[in-house]
Design a binder for this molecule. Sequence first.
Ligand SMILES: Cc1ncc(COP(=O)(O)O)c(C=O)c1O
Length: 374
Amino acid sequence: MLLRNKLLMVPGPTNIPNRVLEAMHRSIIYHRGEEFKDLYREIQDGLRYLFQTSNEVFVLSSSSSGGVECAIVNTISPGDKVLIVVNGVFSQRLRDVVEIYGGIPIELSVPWGKSISASDVEDLILKNMDIKAILIVHNETSTGVISPLAEIGDISDKYDKLLIVDAVSDLGGEEIKTDEWHVDICVAGTQKCLACPPGLALVSVSEKALDYVRNRSRPAFYFDLLRYIEYQKRMETPFTPAISLLFALREGLRLIKEEGLENRIERHQTCAEILRSGIKAMGLQMFSEEAFSNTVTVFKMPEKINPNEIRETLENRYGILIADGMGALKGKVLRIGTMGMISEPEIRFTLYALEKALNEQRACAIWTDHLNHP
Ligand SMILES: Cc1ncc(COP(=O)(O)O)c(C=O)c1O
């Protein structure tokens, strides 16, 4: 059961189960007290299960972008060469952050919507052996394309690079084996596949990455992982954390354990498959025909169909929110998120509403054509 006014079918934030919402309806506790340590300890256990890691996982009171910035500011020093796979809006942002902190991006540009080839990553490393780190968005939320992370992880390990992954829009919905796939820093957010409120960034950091942090050449303050490491030893955070959100996160992680990570990933896959085949059955085309994400589906708008009107009809008539395209895709595609607590009924209802909205616009387009060319 979800408490909500509108059905969020955007790629985050997502619908929040009552149990998670209700977990926040309680008094605030002291973040230097015993009760907090118990809360944080349980969260740590849940996060290790979710990330499939034995690494330290830090919880930052910031949106997911803070997690990305934290990963970069703590490991990339001015002048460091960084391989960045750029295939959409969020990977462009990774590049921007690296540049802001003085890193030198070595870009592997992949046309938006095309799948990423791990061997291209390897070729670029062979041409630039002094690359220090590889940065990649696992699930490009702007295009709906997922990257071959396991293979890229093997390459990163083979050449002893630091692998930093933005898994903000898919951790908890797609398989990510942090340790097995040699992911050194993995960043996620709470407002997507975890079905928790926005406002916390989750950052897993390997021992290898911690060495980079200890040897970094620049200071940091709010996102200083050295501080987080010290406080985490006693189950605390350096600054006053968003305690209510931590209550929500603990409950969200309990729900994930109860469902089982494998089942949850399978549910995301099933929902995305139903959505994709329903969209194709309406005669619409996917933005990408390769490497489909199971958490965000991006599809093209045919000529004469106005995507904004489709979104408005869905929202105003059916109470369903779906998202516009981002960056160069604005006004050209629509995006539907299948994240968190989404199940088959929500998908079927969204498909029903989408078909109605589309048919209405198609009928109007035919009628207008008829009036103009009687
Ligand atoms: C892949 C990816 N990275 C980063 C972000 C940024 O997250 P936030 O808005 O929580 O900072 C998003 C948000 O949609 C995302 O999808």
